[in-house]
Write a protein that binds this ligand. Structure first.
Ligand SMILES: Nc1nc2c(c(=O)[nH]1)N[C@H]1C(S)=C(S)[C@@H](COP(=O)(O)O)O[C@H]1N2
Ligand SMILES: [Mo]
Length: 236
């Protein structure tokens, strides 16, 4: 079987192992992976992975010729059709913050902008490259005055209840952004318009598309796939 050479780097052993472990857990719902031995194993893994995590280390940028051709970047959503933003869409930012805010896309675009070209890793075994731009979650945390007791950040969407919660250090990593652009254009509906989470430090399923809410919280709240047995930490 010949694979596109540009697609070669991605299936690193580590990504593959993470993927197969997640699938093994996901395939057996009745095992309740958060309890018993598997739960203990996952908690151990989380401690281990977050201890190794360097909150400032950047994911490598990809060269321009590694870009996945237009239309070839896979598209995922759990709704039956491409979710479309409700009229008057705005992002609610709340939880343990000094000043909860409701922000329009214009408001978000006035904040400092981050751009990068990095590789996406999905547990299903594919990877792809695009450039993304948007505002860093750390800028948002600063804007609303996130409390130090908020050690987790939850991201919610208008795509059939899809959501995910993140550990604080990964959410505040400089490459974790609320993206409103892809490949130099406004974010298309298939990829999460008007706003999605993007990051160099997590697997694909942590990067919630079609955002509606960002909540700074004292506890982790799971996630759409995480509650179905996929690993919660899911670092790349
Ligand atoms: N709202 C929402 N966000 C989502 C998903 C989804 O189904 N719904 N799928 C996740 C998965 S598994 C991946 S790999 C990426 C895919 O992003 P893409 O559709 O831009 O390729 O989005 C993630 N975020
Ligand atoms: Mo994915």
């Amino acid at each position: 079987m010949s694979r596109d050479p540009r697609q070669r780097g991605p299936l690193t052993r580590r990504t593959w192992l993470l993927g197969s472990a997640a699938l093994a857990l996901g395939a057996c719902d009745s095992m309740r992976p958060r309890q018993g031995f598997l739960g203990a194993l996952e908690r151990f893994n989380q401690r281990f992975q977050s201890a190794l995590f360097n909150p400032e280390r950047l994911a490598p940028e990809e060269p321009e010729d590694a870009l996945t051709p237009p239309g070839a970047f896979p598209q995922y959503f759990v709704s039956d059709r491409v979710p479309l933003a409700p009229a008057g869409w705005a992002l609610k930012v709340g939880g343990l913050v000094a000043s909860p805010r409701v922000l329009s896309l214009d408001d978000l675009q006035l904040l400092p902008r981050t751009d990068y070209r990095i590789r996406h890793h999905c547990v299903e075994g594919w990877s792809a490259v695009a450039t993304w731009h948007g505002v860093a979650v750390r800028e948002l945390a600063r804007l609303v005055g996130a409390d130090a007791r908020a050690r987790f950040v939850e991201f919610r969407s208008f795509d059939a209840g899809y959501f995910s919660s993140w550990d604080g250090p990964s959410a505040l990593h400089p490459q974790t952004i609320l993206a409103y652009g892809m490949n130099g254009e406004p974010l298309p509906p298939e990829h999460g318009a008007p706003l999605r989470l993007y990051s160099g430090v997590k697997l694909g399923y942590k990067m919630v598309k079609y955002l509606t809410e960002v909540n700074f919280l004292p506890e982790a709240t799971g996630g759409y796939w995480e509650d179905r047995g996929y690993e919660w930490y899911a670092g790349v």
